[in-house]
Write a protein that binds this ligand. Sequence first.
Ligand code: MN
Length: 491
Amino acid sequence: MSYSDLLDAIKQNQINVDEKRLQTVYDFAAAAHQGQVRKSGDPYISHPLAAAEILAGWRQPQPVLEAALLHDVVEDTSRSLEEIERLFGPEIAFLVGGVTKIGRVKLRGSTDTVFVENLRKMFVAMARDIRVVLIRLADRLHNMQTLAAVPLSKQKQIARETLEIYSPLAERLGMGQLKGDLEDLAFPFLYPNEYERLTKEAETRIRVAEKTTTKAIQSIKELLAANDITAEVHGRHKRKYSLYRKLNRPGIDGDWSKIHDLVALRIITATKRDCYAALGLVHGLWQPAPALGISDFIAQPKPNGYQSIHTKVFDHKGNIIEVQIRTREMHEEAEYGAAAHTHYSAAKETGASDEKLEKGLAFTVKEKIDWIRELANWQKETESNEDYVNGLKLDALSERIYVFSPHGDVYDLPKDATPVDFAFAVHSDLGNHIQGAKVNQKIVPLNYQLKSGDLVEIIKSKGKHLPNRGWLPFVKTSKARSKITKLNRLS
Ligand code: MN
């Protein structure tokens, strides 16, 4: 991976860039990482370059590509965010700062569901801008592509984190292709035996399915052409991890004969009307399999926006084939999701000025709406039943903050919680030893209002002492309040 590869990707995806400026950013990043090597032995700069190339593939505009080139500079080199802001402006500094911050969200030992759920929420709450998330996802994709070079002990941990945090996030954002890529990259590292068995068992079955679909594709193509419907018809292979999950689903229980979409047939039309016309033709050609049903996700999209018609039919030999029908636009949306929303040319088509496009301003409003909608959906899924109604409210997320302990644990606290609330959330014994507090390594007053992503450290007193009643006016959690009151009453 070299700088000229990135330029090629930019040209291929027709992204307008100021090459002189991009070169300056690249030179700065390359100089900052000078002498650093990755575990693979490659020069470090090959990694930010690869992340930028992935983002170019998602047709992201120049500021995103620049931030991708710089994304590890603050964390891993001696150059500061202030310097980046001075040299490349506030927008780039905002993106790099955001990427650096959410990079601290790490899945450590625990895979406890509440903990993982908090991590996911923390991730989105901290990102604040969808472009920040896209850069992190591109970063993760490349790290997964090069995971083999990482020491064995870390491989599983990174793979698990990818499955727990990143692929659900990609799915949430409607980025089907990325979700599949991340899962299939993580699968062999996390479950090597299952991966091997599945690969072996799937091999012949896929070959048979391919033969069936190849013939079916030909018949459908002819049928559509005869009826003047312009469409692309191709086969799509079910991804391995998704297949593994499906096989383990109750009701399927490892029974391969219940898997009908090993290779599905995809019809991509120009218009929605043609989707339904194609559906009629397919059902006219082959008998629908009534028990297996038909799903019209065009009329009723999935929560993440996914649209497509899925139907299962018997071909002339009695093989069950799944046929998926969607428009080109729905297809792009299903593969690239949130990345498709920030699409440069799409924004341009809606009449955004070049100046706004260059600054990334053209995306703000629509992006904000999408982002909020996605967050709301995310929230709906992760909230427990009890909190379901609250979860529907957009501000539910902003009412909580997520902070780190020095050990990297994540604590879920109400908005404006203080280090005192944090101490009691960790352990009441820690609450009884509060001497002072540090946030992000700086000493702060005890009434300091914490923000998502803060690293909070309690400076412990030597001996145990009563919590101070003077803290009562500013603590936010009932736990801290009741402990302070109770302990003082007992004395
Ligand atoms: Mn990175």
